[in-house]
Design a protein. Structure first.
Length: 81
């Protein structure tokens, strides 16, 4: 999502569980078989460098620096399903 405000509000989906799996994946409060990742894309027009720093420092979020990272994450999830 390219909205930092939306990502901050979405942290509630993890409950008290800080994402600890690779690629900032974490368990959802909706079930043990559901993993989530909250990613802020640096390349989005509506993001600011201070938001990039916030995403890096926040244990619930991840910062994607290039679009290829998103493609890698998505393809890894599809093949492991």
């Amino acid at each position: 999502n390219s909205s930092w405000e939306t990502l901050q509000k979405s942290k509630i989906l993890f409950g008290d569980n800080i994402p600890r799996l690779p690629n900032a994946m974490g368990r959802s409060t909706f079930g043990q078989s559901i993993n989530l990742s909250l990613n802020l894309p640096m390349w989005a027009d509506n993001t600011h460098p201070t938001q990039h720093n916030d995403a890096l420092m926040n244990p619930w979020t991840n910062l994607l620096s290039v679009e290829e990272e998103l493609a890698e994450i998505m393809s890894a999830r599809i093949t492991s399903s």
